[in-house]
Design a protein around this ligand. Structure first.
Ligand code: FES
Length: 87
């Protein structure tokens, strides 16, 4: 199992390895979503720890010009281990 951690307020949720982080971000962390298709940028989260445990950036994330420590919660998956995010 992998672990997704919200920084503030601190909250931890276990998820299956290689699963999308969207469900946890939406249901447990209350991250706002818009298009859910990598276009609007509403779901940008800042990765505080564990970027290496997320899937590679996809084309949609590249096109939005995210900072190095940012990802789209509707696009990335957690591969394993733990990842701490903030939004
Ligand atoms: S919800 Fe629009 S980019 Fe993720």
């Amino acid at each position: 199992m992998a672990k997704l951690i919200l920084e503030n307020p601190e909250k931890e949720v276990e998820v299956e390895d290689n699963s999308s982080i969207k469900g946890v971000c939406e249901n447990d962390f209350n991250v706002p979503f818009g298009c859910e298709d990598g276009i609007c940028g509403t779901c940008i989260v800042e990765v505080k720890e564990g970027m290496e445990n997320l899937s590679e950036r996809n084309e949609k994330e590249d096109e939005l010009g995210l900072r190095d420590n940012e990802r789209l919660a509707c696009q990335c998956k957690i591969k394993q281990g733990s990842v701490k995010i903030k939004y």
